[in-house]
Ligand binder design. Sequence first.
Ligand code: SIN
Length: 522
Amino acid sequence: MSDFIQTDVLIVGLGIAGGVCAYELAKKGLDITVILKNTVEDDGSTHYAQGGIVYFGENDSSEKIYNDIIQAGAGVNNPEAVRVVSTEGPSIVKKILIDEIGVEFFRDVNGTLEFTEEGAHSVKRIIFSGDKTGKAIISKLIDKLKTFNNVKILDNHVAIDLITWQFNSRDRLRMYRDKTCLGAYVLDTKLGKVKNVLSKVTVLATGGMGRIYLHSTNPDVATGDGYAMAYRIGVEIINMEYTQFHPTTLYHPLKRNFLISESVRGEGGIIVNSKGERFLFKYDPRGELAPRDIVTRGIISELTETKAECVFLDATKVGSRDKLKDRFPTIFSTLESIGIDMSKDLIPIVPAFHFQCGGIKTDTYGKTSVKRLFAIGEVACTGLHGANRLASTSLLEGVVFGYRTAQFIFENIDKSMFKEFPDVIPWVDTGEEFPDPVLVKQDWDYVRNVMWNYVGPVRTRRRLKRALSDLKNLLNGIESFYRDVKVNRDIIELRNGAQTGFIVALSAWSNRESIGSHYRID
Ligand code: SIN
């Protein structure tokens, strides 16, 4: 087995979910290998999460959290997942993030946690660290992980495909087995070498898919890798039509789609059209603080009606220049760098893709439909979010299910099923030359335009039908192209992105009912 690396647990992705899972398992002494595509300083959506994380506000209760999540999710949430998160969430946040790793959330002069508000929350319950909440959490988590000798963090490593008993072993009776994951083929992008990683347990924590859309708040790593790898081995995937669009991303050529946190509205920011008029109350009595899908569609209708290119976020009444600078340092300085002073100027905004509410179907311990394969965070779907995610529940979801999945893995990993390995076929490169970057770029542009125009915030049968046929043709081409070239990150991501786009289009096509973030006008 000299070609193979062996580990107890392989975690693919190092955002909040993967990080918490690794941390919990590391404390218990298991041997953990974490792979990530970029570097620990810059990888995944957690680094960019601005708003905050749901906690327990004043006069709050699990019941109120439960109801708010279900209301935002249009009632198609999985009640069990919502119950777990609303009852256990705040105490897991306290235990891990506050007490154990010491995340510095904003506190008042008496040292009491401050709360902010975001859309569709019935009380102020979101704790935050300025507008860098994700960074404040992930940097502490990574510092902690680095203190464990039993955790190996491999940056610049991209998973190509999951290794399964069925597809990648020499076991002649493999077809009679239950589907079982045995690890992953992983490309070390610095060495240009593929490693065969075998694991008792594999956890997908690969985050989302925003970069398959032309306009997105997501970082470059969000190319849908986890969904596509899972799909290729036959894992059950659900709710992929529930694609959340964030209503307030910057409309500016120098910083297109930079996120302007919902907490700016929570602190009193309003949205106006080019005539300076508020218009969102036409769509919902909660106005700017309605759930994101409603605000997004309100903005799109206004843009269509007025033929304007963007609407505006007015934060000029939120507080003084100093207050804005202190409360929203990233947003303030980013806007300032392109000549917008948010204490005086209106901020041009448009909606963009933000979050995938569906994903790999799991129970509330991260278990998927394939043995020894778990999924957590955005790539997973417990059904928590239903058809539209409530603001500031994504970090919460990552902590809760990262934690619970680790507990489940630890309690079960010594069972014989996890220890068995067949003879696995190592990776073989089929092509000699790397893919032509011009062809890769053209195909990416195609995927992103198809997704934005045909599978965007407003959908029709015709648009979806076109998306399906375009993506299917493209996928066929990419698959044969992939088999002819030497594998690199570009082709891995393109193959995954196109595959994920197809899955989303198919789910959207199959669901004729407009619910939450899936909106059809025919
Ligand atoms: C935001 O700050 O608006 C994003 C937070 C979230 O997606 O929950």
